[in-house]
Design a protein around this ligand. Structure first.
Ligand code: NAD
Ligand code: LMR
Length: 342
């Protein structure tokens, strides 16, 4: 069978998605923003999962064709399309995992924070519908700026009285995917073996790869550490510039988001050995939200992994302190936006 590995062996033990397999579980997944650059390939990858019985695709336009197209793939899940706000509630009822890549992407010269004015309201409204229709679902936020949209989502869920911090995730898997790729290339390691935790947030210097915690352990010169760190932090911009106005990362993002969905479904299915990095409510630092490695279980975040933040190198410790003011400001901006609305 054709197989693709979404996860590195080191921490997730070479989980695979097998195509054209018999169903192995029957979870329901919704993608909000499913007709977009990320949404379409992400929907395709989720359609390949044997853990999914129902795939609900929602967008404000163009989603009917995407669903018709995908529904012809002979994999187990049933695909349904939902267009516009009047169909959002039906899209969400009974769903186990909601993935949100809705919103506008960057163009060259923009920061992720420049997307705040449009995407903050989109995330607020979509999460409000999630709170009303599937409050127990895992929520995966992809829409940027993640450092602010996750705190917005948390506030909305609190206002609705259904906030479960264990089930709200900012998707930072792409940072790990990039770190693994770049480190494997640089150190000539087998890709499948490499796992680099990436902590902090998901913008510029708030993205902090912990190269000293690379598995299998690898040694880096100071120059390699600097170059790899900067490349990982700027990888999103690298793609934005290469696409020259046509958007930001979509295919690698879909790959990364599908990995995070698959990990969540495995955790929901009772697998007791699922670890990923994500931007979550956290007490690992003095910031209320922080990306780190987490252990996933049936109820969401089962544990944060504090050991990653212990024994940091001087370079990493300095970078961690340097990122805190920016990350704090982005979190507070999100919270203030959501609180202003009530
Ligand atoms: P895109 O413009 O190609 O697609 C966005 C989709 O969202 C469109 O189909 C649009 O119709 C839809 N949409 C807009 N408003 C909506 C609403 N109210 N409800 C439902 N759907 C709505 O953009 P893209 O390239 O797919 O990127 C989407 C977002 O993901 C951007 O904000 C981007 O910055 C972000 N992103 C995040 C990461 C990450 O690592 N977390 C990586 C890449 C991109
Ligand atoms: C990424 O890291 O690729 C995304 O956050 C999109 C972007 O704007 O860079």
């Amino acid at each position: 069978a054709l197989q693709t590995s979404f996860a590195s062996k080191a921490h997730t033990q070479d989980r695979t998605i097998r195509y054209n397999l018999q169903p192995q579980a029957s979870f329901r997944v919704a993608v909000l923003g499913a007709a977009g650059g990320i949404g379409q390939p992400l929907a395709l990858l989720i359609k390949m999962s044997p853990l999914v019985s129902d795939l609900h695709l929602y967008d404000i336009a163009n989603v009917k064709g995407v669903a018709a197209d995908l529904s012809h793939c002979n994999t187990p899940s049933q695909v349904k399309d939902f267009t516009g706000a009047s169909e959002l509630a039906n899209c969400l009822k009974g769903v186990d995992v909601v993935v949100i890549p809705a919103g506008v992407p960057r163009k060259p010269g923009m920061t992720r924070d420049d997307l705040f004015n449009i995407n903050a309201g989109i995330v607020r409204d979509l999460v409000s519908a999630v709170a009303d229709n599937c409050p127990g679902a895992f929520i995966h936020i992809i829409s940027n700026p993640v450092n602010s949209t996750v705190p917005i989502a948390a506030e909305v869920l609190k206002q609705k009285g259904v906030y479960d911090p264990k089930k709200l995730f900012g998707v930072t898997t792409l940072d790990v995917v990039r770190a693994n790729t770049f480190v494997a290339q640089r150190k000539n390691l087998k890709l499948i073996d490499v796992d680099v935790p990436v902590v902090g947030g998901h913008a510029g210097i708030t993205i902090l790869p912990l190269l000293s915690k690379t598995k299998p352990s690898a040694s880096f010169t100071d120059q390699e550490i600097e170059e790899l760190t900067v490349r990982i932090q700027n990888a999103g911009t690298e793609v934005v510039e290469a696409k020259a106005g046509a958007g930001s990362a979509t295919l690698s993002m879909a790959y990364a988001a599908a990995r995070f969905v698959e990990s969540s479904l495995r955790a929901l299915d009772g697998d007791g050995d699922v670890y990923e990095c994500a931007f979550v409510q956290s007490d690992l630092t003095d910031l209320p939200f922080f990306a780190s490695r987490i252990k996933l279980g049936r109820k969401g975040v089962e544990a944060l992994i504090p050991s990653d933040l212990q024994g940091l190198t001087e370079y990493e410790q300095k970078a961690l302190e340097a990122l805190k003011p920016e990350l704090k400001a982005s979190i507070e901006k999100g919270i203030a936006f959501a609180q202003k609305q009530t």
